[in-house]
Ligand binder design. Structure first.
Ligand SMILES: [Zn+2]
Length: 534
């Protein structure tokens, strides 16, 4: 454990300044910060020789459990593949290595980033194998594709009708071609995927945590226990927390699991919070109950107030308004903070109104949250601010999906306010920015850069008026994230009494010339323990 750090340029995330200092750590917390006039030579556990000491990054919306498992499948994201041909050849090449429980699995493809500009289908995947079932998941996690063997195992006839709330892509003859849209269709595949047992998954989590730490993250939010593998996500999380801890995680749990799984019978938010905190010796806790009120803009499944730019009409929200209110009342009565996915502005509006109309049932000081909020209006944001509702913007969409949102889904006007972070800043809303990893890459410094530059992959800039300053954006990954979580007394800045959760940076992130990327991360510390070193 590091107890004394010298020659650190300590970043102040309130003012954007830095001060050369010695930092003392006692029992995992900052006990003293002493200003230095110049570099010193003294006995110390760590001499940073003038490198920058930042509070550790706080991720407020990602899927650590899913990511931890996916990193052991074929990575079909644009970082690793460029075409469907590429997916096929990598699967063939690495078959033996990737095969797990009789299935081949991949994750993260995005049809717009594939040379063929379409989804891979069963005819493509059958070229990898006709005996081994194959499942690959779209980057949105709301859709996927399977080969013919998998369809067989699913018991899905090629002339099946679409399920309520989802649909199958079809070939020229109208037959199912293996591409599955939205959870009602996707769940048919998920139902036959081999269960990932809790033991294996808890091991996977250890690997995922290491990756997060290498990006400077000291505290993460798992935004849907149950999304990967149902109740085994929960069992794996508990198993992981039984081991030695060096990372903080807040767990949001799928409301359907909470409602239906016998393991949650008799539990409420209070008892679950206690369970997480006791098991993890204070490192982890409950974030809340998680709901989804729509899908994704890039799949035409987000619920928008205006039709899509390409003329596609907007789908309805996932829940009818009355149903949403009933669910919110039920879970607030059990003490849960509420966390609801709403990519589209219609989906968001309903959630905000349902929070407001049921607010007498709220029992917790932690803010209810709306997630993604990609095209929320100033009025939506005002309502949230006035009613103490927090939120997080899916800022990585600017870079990864901004071009296609401009040309196809939202059009040139709406994308100017895609992820309206400056509007939210001006209105004084409590909010953060996120990657939704594994939907996009986990990298706090990149997310900060996207909020500052608003540049797309093709180099377009979307909405100068919504740019945040470097300091404003940096706060979203540190002190403002702590405010959203209700943990600003213990993390988010380098302050006496707070956890000694730090990231050492190679350069000053507040200076215009400094390129904001993971390259800056030299070391990560949690409770004064070095958990990553470059
Ligand atoms: Zn998410």
């Amino acid at each position: 454990m590091v107890k004394k750090i010298i020659n650190a340029k300590v970043l102040d995330v309130d003012t954007g300044t830095h001060t050369l200092s010695s930092v003392y750590v006692d029992e995992g917390k900052v006990s003293q910060i002493i200003k230095q006039d110049s570099m010193i030579v003294e006995d110390a556990d760590l001499d940073l020789s003038g490198k920058f000491l930042s509070p550790g990054f706080i991720d407020t919306h990602s899927h650590l459990v899913m990511y931890s498992n996916f990193r052991r499948q074929l990575n079909c994201s644009p970082e690793n593949v460029t075409s469907i041909e590429d997916i096929i050849s990598q699967f063939k090449e690495r078959k033996d290595e990737i095969l797990r429980d009789g299935w081949l699995r991949g994750y993260g493809y995005n049809e717009f980033e594939l040379k063929e500009q379409r989804h891979p289908n069963r005819f493509d995947l059958d070229r990898v194998s006709t005996d081994i079932p194959i499942y690959i998941q779209h980057s949105s996690a709301h859709m996927g594709a399977v080969n013919t063997k998998a369809l067989e195992i699913m018991g899905l006839a090629l002339d099946s009708e679409d399920p309520e709330g989802g649909f199958f892509e079809r070939d020229e003859d109208g037959l199912v071609n293996g591409v599955l849209f939205e959870f009602p269709a996707l769940d048919l595949a998920k139902a036959v995927l081999p269960e990932i047992d809790a033991e294996t998954l808890s091991d996977d989590i250890k690997g995922g945590v290491k990756d997060y730490q290498s990006r400077g993250i000291t505290s993460a939010s798992e935004m849907c226990v149950g999304l990967l593998n149902g109740i085994n996500d929960y069992k794996a999380a508990l198993k992981y927390l039984e081991g030695p801890q060096n990372f903080r995680i807040r767990f949001a749990i799928d409301y359907k699991l909470l409602l239906n799984d016998p393991l949650f019978k008799g539990e409420d938010a209070h008892s679950l919070r206690e369970k997480f905190e006791e098991l993890s010796k204070g490192y982890s806790t409950l974030a809340g109950a998680k709901f989804f009120n729509d899908g994704s803009i890039q799949l035409h499944t987000a619920s928008l107030r205006e039709p899509y730019y390409d003329g596609t009409p907007s789908p309805k929200t996932q829940f009818a308004f009355v149903e949403l209110k009933e669910l919110f009342i039920h879970f607030q009565d059990l003490g849960y903070p509420l966390i609801t996915h709403a990519n589209g502005d219609q989906a968001g509006e309903d959630v905000i109104k349902a929070y407001i109309e049921t607010k007498d049932h709220k029992q917790t000081d932690i803010k209810h949250r709306v997630e993604h909020l990609q095209i929320a209006s100033r009025e939506d944001i005002k309502l949230m601010t006035e009613n103490n509702i927090g939120g997080s913007f899916f800022i990585n969409h600017i870079y990864y999906f901004g071009d296609i949102h401009k040309s196809k889904f939202l059009g040139p006007e709406r994308v100017k306010h895609l992820e309206p972070v400056k509007t939210a800043e001006e209105e004084g809303m409590t909010f953060t920015i996120h990657s939704d990893c594994p939907v996009t890459d986990i990298s706090p410094l990149s997310s900060i850069r996207f909020a500052v530059e608003r540049q797309t992959r093709n180099g377009d800039t979307l909405g100068d008026e919504e740019k945040l300053s470097r300091l404003e954006a940096y706060k979203k990954m540190t002190i403002d994230a702590a405010k959203l979580n209700g943990t600003e007394d213990t993390e988010g800045s380098i302050t006496v009494g707070k956890y000694a959760d730090f990231v050492v940076l190679d350069d000053n992130p507040f200076t215009d010339g400094c390129e904001l990327s993971d390259e800056l991360v030299l070391m990560t510390m949690v409770n004064g323990d070095i958990v990553y070193e470059k």
